[in-house]
Design a protein around this ligand. Structure first.
Ligand code: MSP
Length: 659
């Protein structure tokens, strides 16, 4: 029988900065969904990729002194780039599209031309507001307090000849799609879209730009590049081979079953995207799901706010699976959630180390201790099941259906909650049956003990199957420990109590999820984040040069002299100040105080020839008089202030004037 198809996508990411845990959240959710569908027997296509055009990228490349292509290549394919991150996070995408790929570029040109030829794209003048970071055009009425309604940042005036897409023509059909179908989920997003964008009236959308060049050229009108969102949205179809020869499964997989997207790009996916597909006469995706944001201290994560969390650091510290699990278990998928390291560690300790980890390690340890790792025949059945047996078996047998219902409604957090109810039930079952007491009289209770352990292994097996889309690697280890053969790891067997062979051999292996010491881990994370922050800082930074000119006569008024250090000592009660006694060639000692103790020890400076400005008015510091200032060179190195006293050739006599 032909498998049912399931096509799911993540948004394609802007390679303008390194990705953070918020981006990872969206991709992990899509991955868990794709893995679940594969487990359940679907023919899955899972697409992700990168959205590489637009002014923001062009500007960033300029700043970095490279071409836009070089810039995006580094962030997509370079070390710790987008592809590396998805590999690390064990993302099982079937395809990866880059919007700079040739096949995509030429397909977009054909798409643009087609909408132009059918009259839905026309030429006009664009007057309005543009939000550069969001690459979004806004009309005056859409602004919130004069600022971008998406990100709250300043917008700029924009006026240029441009092509427009007749979005207004599709307003009624889009409204109908939103209000009368389950296209957009969760339902609360429908109200947001209708109230904020459809009710005020949909205006035609500006879909080309002439003020920058990093985009797909409109092939019939040189000078125009296609608006980055038109280019980006069609990736979902070009990556399947729509209007190109690179792939040929468009007919097989399109329309998509789900686009998973963050809430700020729901507008593009639920209004503009269907309208353009209608214009092209293409089938619409079945669903768009707008998930919430991971917040940090109540605000959105962003590089510019300096509060991004690095998934590389977290994955290395806690393990990829634990991180994946945390993201899906903790935050209801449609809502915002506050990320914190404390919450992450607490979740790992409670759910994974305590509940799941203990269940596995206690069960395998007892099977080893009491039965040498292999349960005796007959352990599957028990003629007089006790209440606790029945309750555990009923819960575990019904788990797959409960889980499936939650996954089908895009509630992975609830699906995981269902699994953990069974894990907790199983742990309680250990307390209720007290295997260690049964083991005291093996002759009388050995068979009962074997049955109890079999039940525990079965419950663990079923939970393991359903957790595998979230923690694939760890669940493989779990299956190995409980000795589950391949046919006891399948979706079908997750609804089949008793699929584990009776004489299964259990091996107590490594602790799947070690407990984490919260204080120590937080301290280490902070240190790691700090060193990552420092590593990202430029090696050397110098202050920009002053543009204001100083006239020559004024400059000549500053009297710079070579001075020799006769004595130097730290000023009492001051961490910074050194007191210098200097020979300035006048025959009278000169005293200068300088705040450079962080860089120099006094004894290292005695005898050196330095440069001082000697005609500054005297100044008191810590009760001591300073007559002049020593000249140093300053810069920052990895964010730290660095200072070098200017030391000159000792052959230069004290008092020599610099000019
Ligand atoms: N390039 C567009 C998408 C084009 S799709 C045709 C884009 N890229 S993005 O890199 O800025 O964002 C990609 C996804 O990451 C979006 O769905 C966005 O919501 C998500 N996230 C970015 N920060 C996030 C959080 N802090 N929390 C959750 N998701 C977040 O938009």
């Amino acid at each position: 029988m032909e498998k049912k198809k399931f096509y799911i996508t993540t948004p394609i990411y802007y390679p303008s900065d390194k990705l953070h845990i918020g981006h990872t959240y969206c991709t992990v959710a899509t991955d868990a969904m794709a893995r679940y569908k594969r487990l359940a027997g679907y023919d899955v296509m899972f697409l992700t990729g990168t959205d590489e055009h637009g002014q923001k990228i062009e500007d960033k490349a300029k700043e970095a002194g490279v071409t836009p292509q070089q810039f995006v290549d580094r962030i997509v394919d370079g070390p710790q780039g987008v592809r590396d991150l998805w590999k690390l996070m064990n993302i099982s995408n079937d395809r990866f599209i880059r919007t700079t790929d040739d096949y995509h570029v030429s397909a977009i040109q054909k798409i643009f031309r087609k909408m132009h030829d059918n009259g839905d794209i026309y030429k006009g003048t664009y007057k309005g507001k543009y939000c550069k970071p969001c690459e979004s055009f806004w009309t005056e009425s859409q602004l919130v307090d004069g600022k971008c309604p998406d990100c709250g940042r300043e917008v700029q005036d924009a006026e240029e000849e441009a092509y427009f897409f007749r979005l207004s023509k599709y307003a009624d059909r889009v409204r109908d799609l939103l209000e009368n179908t389950d296209f957009l989920q969760p339902r609360s997003r429908v109200n947001e879209m209708v109230k904020n964008f459809i009710d005020p009236g949909l205006e035609d959308l500006c879909v080309s730009r002439t003020s920058f060049t990093w985009g797909i050229p409109v092939d019939f009108d040189p000078g125009h590049v296609v608006y980055v969102w038109v280019d980006a949205l069609f990736n979902y179809t070009t990556a399947l081979g729509f209007l190109n020869d690179k792939y040929d499964d468009y007919d097989h997989y399109w329309p998509a079953d789900y686009h998973f997207v963050g809430k700020e790009i729901v507008r593009f996916h639920s209004i503009i995207w269907p309208a353009m597909l209608m214009s092209m006469g293409m089938p619409l995706p079945k669903h768009v799901f707008g998930h919430g944001w991971l917040l940090l201290d109540g605000g959105k994560m962003s590089k510019s706010k300096g509060n991004v969390v690095d998934p590389y650091i977290l994955a290395e510290k806690f393990g990829v699976d634990a991180l994946r699990f945390f993201l899906m278990r903790t935050f209801p998928f449609g809502s915002d959630g506050n990320f914190s390291n404390e919450l992450l560690i607490q979740t790992i300790n409670t759910d994974l180390a305590n509940d799941l980890g203990n269940l596995v390690s206690r069960t395998t340890a007892m099977a080893g201790k009491y039965f040498g790792g292999t349960l005796p025949e007959g352990c599957k059945t028990w003629t007089a099941p006790e209440d606790c047996d029945q309750s555990l078996i009923a819960m575990a047998s019904g788990l797959r259906d409960a889980y499936e219902a939650q996954m089908e409604s895009c509630a992975p957090h609830n699906a995981l909650a269902e699994v953990f109810k069974v894990i907790q039930r199983a742990n309680k079952y250990i307390d209720e049956t007290a295997p260690w007491s049964l083991a005291r009289d093996m002759e009388a209770n050995g068979a009962r003990l074997a049955h109890v352990l079999y039940n525990l292994l079965e419950a663990t097996r079923i939970c393991g199957i359903l957790l595998s889309p979230f923690m694939p690697e760890s669940m493989d280890k779990l299956f190995a420990q409980i000795g589950a053969p391949a046919d006891a790891r399948t979706w079908e067997s997750a609804a089949l109590w008793g699929a584990l062979p009776e004489t299964v051999t259990v091996t107590k292996g490594e602790n799947l999820f070690p407990r984490i010491d919260m204080d120590k881990a937080i301290e280490e994370l902070e240190a790691a984040a700090e060193s990552a922050r420092k590593a990202a800082l430029p090696d050397i930074e110098v202050e920009p040069q002053l543009t204001e000119k100083v006239d020559f006569d004024t400059f000549c008024k500053s009297d710079f002299r070579a001075v020799k250090v006769k004595a130097c000592e730290a000023v009492k009660k001051s961490a910074k100040l050194l007191k210098f006694t200097l020979d300035d060639g006048t025959g009278v000692d000169r005293q200068i105080l300088s705040g450079i103790h962080a860089w120099y020890e006094p004894e290292d400076l005695i005898g050196k020839t330095l440069i001082a400005i000697v005609n500054l008015p005297p100044r008191k510091m810590m009760g001591l008089e300073s007559n002049g200032m020593l000249i140093s060179a300053v810069h920052t190195e990895k964010g730290e202030e660095a200072l070098h006293l200017i030391m000159v050739d000792d052959a230069i006599p004290a008092g020599a004037k610099l000019c």
